[in-house]
Design a protein. Structure first.
Length: 309
């Protein structure tokens, strides 16, 4: 029987222990167990309305599972919660006991905090993922495709781009990003703190954060990222967008080519990106650029009632 420890703040030792668990899971599963937003919450020690649930088993000096909940900003009055869960590959059992214990406890904490809408992202979901989600009242929601294509690409971009300049371009970029992604639950509503947080990450490279300007205004951008923990290193089109005022000019394709050219110039042989499965226009563009689906990630969604409600 797993014993749970609930952490409202994560100290250095806590982060180190959980990070070791995440590394083991990533090596076996072939993908990071936490998405970037949740990973940053963890390594920064948590924030308001954060909880890390660490599962231990007698006789083992390391965590055997971990779940994390974070309350997120929402445009509505109802609370929105992100929930993620991972179990050490060496402790996964057919009865799904550790994962079930973690998820039920996490749902209980959300209920005690007043309940709200919950979304849980699962990379490469299985039937077991459906079963665990259903156990806490979640159903299938958004699906995210990871697309890949080999590098280099034939031909290059026809537009001029320049690198992002930290300390200079934040305000203009935030305005364009939030206008372009006003509908998007993760990429919309970024603020300066969110952007600065990314700038402080080891992977951040302004040379790969490409901006295209027209008439003195930022018209679009392609932000690239290199996953050096992948063997061989894997390039990513991290975020690409065109300001709504400049749409219809074919800039999305040109910005993609600029980003892919940059990644190829660094000697990378494969590029990837994520896109919502129901974003038909973007999927068509990426397929025309030679991308194919590598795998699917899925969000499970539902509402948790307040405790005693």
């Amino acid at each position: 029987m797993a014993l749970l420890e609930v952490k409202r703040q994560m100290g250095r030792a806590d982060v180190a222990a959980v990070s070791e668990l995440l590394d083991v899971a990533a090596e076996v599963d072939g993908h990071p167990p936490l998405d970037e937003h949740q990973w940053l919450d963890l390594v920064n020690g948590g924030r308001h309305d954060f909880a890390g649930l660490v599962a231990w088993e007698p006789g083992h000096g390391h965590p055997v599972g971990y779940a994390q909940i974070t309350r997120e900003e929402s445009g509505g009055h109802e609370a929105t919660w992100a929930l993620e869960c991972v179990v050490d590959p060496h402790h996964r059992r057919p009865d799904l006991g550790i994962a079930r214990t973690l998820l039920e406890a996490a749902a209980g904490l959300i209920a005690e905090a007043g309940g709200g809408h919950v979304h849980m992202w699962v990379p490469k979901p299985t039937d077991a993922s459906d079963e665990l989600a259903a156990a806490i009242g979640l159903r299938r929601g958004r699906e995210l495709l990871q697309l890949r294509r080999p590098l280099p690409v034939d031909g290059g971009t026809t537009i001029a781009v320049r690198p992002f300049v930290p300390g200079q371009d934040e305000a203009a970029w935030l305005e364009v990003n939030n206008r372009a992604f006003r509908w998007h639950p993760e990429q919309g509503n970024w603020d300066l703190e969110t952007l600065r947080n990314r700038e402080q990450q080891p992977w951040f490279d302004p040379a790969g954060f490409l901006l295209h300007e027209r008439d003195g205004k930022l018209a679009g951008f392609c932000w690239t990222k290199v996953h050096t923990d992948h063997e061989p290193p894997l390039g990513e089109i991290y975020v690409v967008a065109v300001d709504p005022g400049f749409r219809g000019l074919g800039l999305g394709r040109e910005l993609m080519l600029a980003g892919l050219d940059h990644l190829a110039g660094k000697g990378l042989t494969m590029a990837m990106l994520y896109v919502d499965a129901d974003n038909a226009g973007a999927v068509r563009l990426y397929e025309k650029l030679g991308f194919t689906t590598d795998h699917v990630d899925r969000a499970y969604v539902g509402d948790v009632d307040p405790a005693g409600g």
